[in-house]
Each structure stands twice: as C-alpha cells, then as structure tokens.
Design a protein around this ligand. Structure first.
Ligand code: NAD
Length: 465
C-alpha cells in the first residue's frame, strides 16, 4: 500500500468514527446546494438544470406544489429569523410577504405559447429555459425574493445560483437547503438552487463573469444593477424606487389616509414599492394628516425635532444604514425624541426639496408635501419619483386626472385608490413579484421573463383555417 492510500484510509476511518449513524453516507456528502466556491456552485446548478429540463411540465408543477405546501408552515419562522439577522422590518409583515410569495408567484401556467398559422404552415414561439440564472438578492426582502424568484425561475425550467446578501446569509442559505431538500424528494435532484457558504462582493463579480451563467436577475440598489448592466451579460435589473402617493381634492381622503398609512408602515417602509412620501392638494391636506394620525402615525411638528431626525437618519448624505428598516420608535429615540407606545409611522410636513422626499430612506418616515392644486401636485409627484419609473400611487375620483398622472409617471406599478402593496398582489388583483424590473423594462417579473423566446417553424401544415 502506498503512503497516500494509507493516509486516505486513515482519514476515512476517522471520519467514520465521528459519523452520525442515523444518516447515510450519501446524505452526509450532500451539501443541498451550498458550496465553498462560486465555480463549484454554478457547475452543480448546471448539472442539476440539465437533468431537470428533461422532466415533464407535470413534474415541474409537482415540484412547485411541494414547495408551496411544505414551506407554508415555516413562513413565520423564516420571517422571525430574517428580522433577527438583518435587524430590519417586522415579523408579522415579513410573514405576510413570505406567504404571498409562496401562494401568488405564478408557476408553469405563466409560460404561454404564441402561435401563427397560414398558407405556409405553423410557427410557434416557445418559452424555454436559459440554463443557470445568476440571481442577486436584496437584504430588505431576502426570503420573500428567494421564494418568489425560486418558484418563478424553476417554473421556467432553470437552475439558479443565488447571490445572497451577506447580512442575510444564514437565513437565506438555510432556505436554499430547505428548498433543495423538498425538490429532491420529488425529482431526486439536490442542487437546482445553489450558493456559497461565504458570500462576498468578489464572489458576486466572479458569478457575473462565469461562463455558465446565462442571465443575471438583480434585485437591489442602483449600484449593483449598474454592475450587472455593464457585465456583458443579459440582465434583468430591479432597482431602487421612491414612490409618491398623490392625493387630490376629489379623493376619499379618509380611505386614502388608511391606505397610505398601511402601505408606508408595512415592514417599516423597506419595500421598494412602499409610499415614501405624500403629495396632497392643500385643501385636503389637513384632513389627510388628521386621518394618518388617527391611524396611529406620530406627527413631528417642531423644526428642532425635524432637524434632529434628519441628523440621526442621514449621514454623509446617505440614509443611516443603522436605522434602515428599524421601528419608528427606535428611529425617534435615536433622534432624542421620546414617545409612548409603538407608533408604526413617523409623519412630518416638509417642502418638495426636503431630503426625506428626495432620498429613498427605507424607513417608516413619511414626509407630507402640500401642493397648491392638482397641476402642482402632479409636478411634485414627478419630481419626487425622479424618473426611476418604479411605483406611484394616486388617490382620486377623477378618472381623467388618474389617466393623466399614470401616463406621465411611466412607472412599472401605478396603484389607484389603494395601498402601494396592492401592486404586489396584497388586496390587489394579479400575481405577486418581489423583482420589479424597472431599469430594464420587464416590470413585474414572472416565470415568462426568465425564459428564452424561441421560434419553431413547421412548413406546409397545421394551418386549419
Ligand atoms: P444593495 O444594492 O445594497 O444589495 C443588493 C445585493 O447586491 C446584495 O446581495 C449585495 O450583497 C449585492 N451588492 C451590493 N453592492 C455590491 C458590490 N459593490 N459588489 C458586489 N455585490 C454587491 O441593496 P439592499 O440594501 O440589499 O436592498 C435595498 C435596495 O434594493 C433598495 O434600493 C430597494 O429599492 C432595492 N430593491 C428593489 C426591488 C425591485 O424589485 N425593484 C426589490 C427589493 C429591493
């Protein structure tokens, strides 16, 4: 026996000694998608995807059904762990988001075939898998986006390398493993979703350049979307927003106050779609603010307190990372403002050029700007949204005005007379998504966006017209 062989045997016997007797050797060797290197993770996802694409659509449906059913009992647990790890948001709201992603993310039914027929035969346009998708996840909705992207990308027949945010690493990797275990039970594949044990910026760069990543799907801030767009790969980029809520004098103002309160305070304001400011026509402004207060919003009035809040929440011209997604009470106290109870939203009256209006704060702070009339309100709403074309909300009973603002805003989501979250499918029709691709134009993404559109032509036949 050579020295190397002896050494190998010795290591094997030591490992066997410490092996958990309840697990088979095969189970112990499985990493359920989590690898040490980017290359290993992408290669494993590639091998898994090549096998997965040989299965029927019925099997894909079965896998998705298993994910929906088996993950459902864990939505609150994942919500709690996300809040614990990221320090952002509220458990009850994250639970709603996780459940929404499981229940309302479309599956294979989203892959609609188009056909053309005529004297020359029939042409189909089929939506086929890309292969391996490199999906970059945000810290603000790590689990909901993972569930949503996971189901949609798998429905489209892809494997996925998930680039998780380091600040949400543990909960994200736990969920990837969990999903792979469920997938394995149905189809015997354990690496359809992969990632690496130690996420880093270097790893993101490596993934973006990897030859076996067919397309990038990026959900995050403007910097990372820009990186994707300059990577040389096809990119679906879902970037930042700064949604205004415009309320005119024809609106049901009390309902508008309720809807805006619920949307802006949801998960402490960290959804990219959440109302980040209100533009109110001046003759209903007081009624609206009163309505927000009645719902539980905490109004700050003194200039001194407003300045203290700015100083606490904006550092070097950027939102203070320590306070992003924190409860309103924590934010107020960090500004030296003592409150009783646990208000979910801070409101204050400011002018259109105030930093709280212009910056995407991702905090439960809602500035209210008064506009002279509808015309000025529309101009202010456009100014606040800054051509991000992401999301806008309007409360009005004037259809002509709603049409006019919707056309002018050019946003991926435009909600009329509801909370911003209606645009994600909460109390609003339509499927859900946590990847709203505005810079690249796909809008509210679903399975069909994660496919390659292919033309398939049959000559001289199957036109039955
Ligand atoms: P972020 O841009 O800081 O991080 C997003 C992802 O990019 C993370 O996985 C992070 O690790 C990675 N990343 C960031 N900078 C990087 C760098 N220099 N090199 C390599 N990787 C890098 O965003 P966030 O704070 O996690 O999320 C909040 C932002 O995302 C907000 O701007 C919000 O509007 C946006 N967002 C948009 C959508 C949408 O659908 N449009 C959804 C959720 C969040």
């Amino acid at each position: 026996m050579t020295e190397t062989a002896e050494l190998k045997n010795l290591i094997k016997s030591i490992l066997l000694e410490y092996q958990d007797p309840t697990q088979s050797e095969e189970t112990q060797q499985k990493t359920y998608g989590i690898f040490d290197t980017v290359d290993e993770a992408i290669s494993a996802a590639k091998a898994a995807q090549l096998e997965f694409e040989t299965f029927s659509l019925a099997t894909r449906k079965e896998v998705i059904e298993a994910l929906r059913t088996e993950l459902c009992p864990f939505v609150a647990e994942y919500a709690r762990e996300t809040v614990e790890q990221t320090g952002m948001g509220r458990v009850e709201d994250k639970t709603i988001k996780n459940k929404l992603a499981l229940d309302k993310t479309p599956g294979v039914e989203d892959l609609r075939t188009e056909a053309e027929t005529g004297d020359n035969g029939m042409t189909l346009y089929e939506l086929s898998p890309y292969g391996v998708i490199g999906a970059i996840l945000p810290s603000t909705n790590p689990v909901a986006t993972l569930l949503n992207n996971g189901i949609g990308m798998l429905a489209a027949g892809n494997g996925v390398y998930f680039s998780v945010h380091p600040g949400a690493k543990n909960v994200s990797l736990k969920l990837i493993k969990h999903m792979n275990k469920i997938i394995e039970k149905v189809v015997g594949i354990s690496n359809l979703f992969t990632s690496i044990a130690k996420p880093s910026n270097d790893a993101v760069n490596e993934m973006m350049q990897h030859k076996d990543v067919a397309i990038l799907v990026i959900t995050g801030g403007p910097g990372i979307v820009r990186m994707g767009l300059t990577s040389g790969k096809k990119t679906i980029g879902a970037g930042a927003g700064n949604p205004p809520a415009l309320v005119d004098e024809t609106a049901n103002v009390d309902k508008a106050a309720t809807d805006i309160y619920e949307g802006a305070s949801f998960d402490n304001g960290i959804l990219c779609t959440a109302e980040k400011g209100v533009i109110a026509v001046q003759n209903i402004e007081r009624q609206l603010v009163d309505g927000l207060i009645r719902k539980g919003a905490y109004l700050i009035t003194s200039e001194k307190d407003i300045q203290a809040l700015v100083d606490a929440t904006i550092i070097d011209n950027h939102p203070n990372k320590e306070l992003i997604g924190k409860n309103a009470k924590v934010i107020l106290e960090s500004a030296g403002i003592q409150v009783t109870g646990d208000p979910k939203l801070i409101i204050l009256r400011v002018s259109i050029d105030h930093p709280f209006v212009i910056k995407e704060m991702l905090m439960p702070i809602l500035p209210v700007v008064s506009a002279r009339d509808f015309k000025q309100a529309k101009e202010y709403a456009l100014e606040m949204e800054q051509n991000l074309h992401h999301t806008a909300v309007m409360h009005s009973n004037n259809i002509g005005r709603m049409n006019e603002v919707a056309r002018a805003m050019k946003t991926s989501i435009f909600v009329k007379n509801g909370s911003s979250f209606a645009g994600l499918g909460i109390n609003g029709e339509g499927p859900t998504t946590f990847t709203i691709a505005t810079p690249t134009g796909e809008g509210t993404t679903t399975a069909r966006h994660f496919t390659r559109r292919r033309r398939c032509v049959l000559t001289d036949g199957f036109s039955l017209k």
